[in-house]
Write a protein that binds this ligand. Structure first.
Ligand SMILES: Cc1cc2nc3c(=O)[nH]c(=O)nc-3n(C[C@H](O)[C@H](O)[C@H](O)COP(=O)(O)OP(=O)(O)OC[C@H]3O[C@@H](n4cnc5c(N)ncnc54)[C@H](O)[C@@H]3O)c2cc1C
Length: 296
C-alpha cells in the first residue's frame, strides 16, 4: 500500500508529467499523492520511510524536466486548501507552500503592501519559489529578500520552523532541497504610494514579456547565469537561437529558453542542453550549470 491506513487525500496512478509541468514533457508519475492536511502528510512521510519508498515534492512544475520514462518514486503535491492559504497580519504574511506566487502578488497588492514586486510574473508555487530562491535575474532580488522564516517537514514527518538566518540562500538555491517546505512567513511594508507599486508590477510584467518567451511551453531559463555574465548572451553568441532537436528548439527571442514546439521529448531537450554546454565551454571556457531540475 502506497498510503497509510486512514490517509486522507487524493492518490492517482500513472499520472503523465506532460500534464503536470509547464514544459509539457515527461512520462508518468507512478503515484501522484495530494495529502489533505499536514497530519496526513506527516503520516505519509513516516509510512513511506518505513516502506523504504522514495518520493519527491512537486510544486507548480515550472522548473522541471522529467524523463520520458517518468519517475519510479512517488510524487507528492501540496495542493489541498490547507496548503494553499495565506494570512496577512499587518505587514507580514504567512503563505502556504502550495499557493501560487501569482495569487500572493495579487493579494499583497490588494492589502496595500509593497516589497514583493520583483516576484511579479514568476510562475509556480510559493514552495517551489522558496526552494529555487526564485527572483529577477542574478542581481535583481529574489524571494529570500522578504523571507523571515520557513516551516518545513523532514522526510521522517517532523515539522519545524527555520529562521531566515539559518537558511543558506544563494542565487537560485536555498539548501532546502531535502526538506518539504510547508509554509513561509514574509515581511513586506505598507506602501506609501500604491500607484507606484502597481507601476512596478506592471513594468516587471512588461519587462518579462519583452525579454522572455511565452509563445510555447518552456521552463523559463534552462541554465543559471554564470557570475558576471548572462547564459542567454553566451548561447546567442554561440549561434544557438533557432537550433532544433526533434520538437525542442532554442527560442529566437531568448536563447536561454528551450521551447516545446509540440511533441518535444526529454531526450530532445537534453540533447540541446548538451550542445549548449559544449558550445559555451568551447567558446568561453565556462561550464553552464542547469537551473532546471532533472527528474528521472
Ligand atoms: C515562462 C517561465 C518564466 C520563468 N521566469 C522565472 C523568473 O523570472 N525567475 C525565476 O526565478 N524563475 C523563473 N521561472 C522558473 C520557475 O517558475 C521558478 O523556478 C519557480 O519558482 C518554480 O516553482 P514551482 O512551484 O513550479 O517548482 P517546481 O518546478 O514544481 O519544483 C522546482 C523544485 O522545487 C522543489 N519543490 C517545489 N515545491 C516544494 C515544496 N513545497 N517543498 C520542497 N521542495 C519543493 C521541487 O522538488 C523541485 O526540486 C520561470 C519559468 C517559466 C515557465
Amino acid at each position: 500500500m502506497i498510503c497509510p491506513k486512514d490517509f486522507k487525500g487524493s492518490v492517482r496512478e500513472n499520472e503523465p508529467f506532460a500534464g503536470l509541468t509547464s514544459w509539457r514533457i515527461g512520462g508518468p508519475a507512478c503515484f501522484l499523492i495530494e495529502p489533505e492536511s499536514e497530519r496526513d502528510l506527516a503520516a505519509l512521510a513516516v509510512h513511506l520511510k518505513r516502506e523504504g519508498a522514495c518520493y519527491r515534492i512537486l510544486g507548480g512544475g515550472t522548473n522541471l524536466l522529467v524523463d520520458d520514462g517518468g519517475v519510479k518514486t512517488a510524487v507528492l503535491r501540496l495542493s489541498s486548501p490547507l496548503f494553499t492559504g495565506m494570512t496577512f497580519r499587518a505587514e507580514t504574511a504567512e503563505l502556504g507552500a502550495g499557493l501560487s506566487l501569482k495569487k500572493f502578488v495579487a493579494a499583497a497588492m490588494k492589502q496595500g503592501l509593497c516589497g514583493f514586486e520583483h516576484l511579479a510574473g514568476i510562475p509556480g508555487s510559493v514552495g517551489g519559489a522558496v526552494v529555487m530562491n526564485a527572483g529577477k535575474g542574478r542581481e535583481g532580488g529574489s524571494i529570500s529578500d522578504i523571507i523571515e522564516g520557513v516551516r518545513v517537514m523532514d522526510y521522517c514527518g517532523r515539522s519545524s520552523e527555520l529562521a531566515r538566518r539559518s537558511i543558506k540562500f544563494s542565487y537560485r538555491a536555498s539548501g532546502l532541497d531535502d526538506l518539504i517546505v510547508l509554509s513561509v512567513k514574509v515581511k513586506l511594508a505598507a506602501a506609501a504610494d500604491m500607484a507606484a507599486v502597481r507601476k512596478r508590477v506592471k513594468d516587471y510584467a512588461v519587462y518579462r514579456t519583452q525579454t522572455q518567451d511565452f509563445t510555447r511551453p518552456s521552463a523559463g531559463c534552462v541554465f543559471k547565469n554564470p557570475d558576471g555574465d548572462s547564459a542567454g548572451r553566451m548561447l546567442d553568441a554561440c549561434g544557438l537561437k533557432g537550433r532544433r532537436c526533434g520538437g525542442a528548439v532554442f527560442s529566437r527571442r531568448h536563447a536561454n529558453f528551450i521551447l516545446n514546439m509540440g511533441g518535444a521529448s526529454c531526450a530532445d531537450v537534453l540533447s540541446l542542453m548538451d550542445t549548449a554546454v559544449s558550445s559555451v565551454k568551447e567558446r568561453f571556457g565556462t561550464i553552464l550549470e542547469p537551473e532546471v531540475k532533472l527528474w528521472r
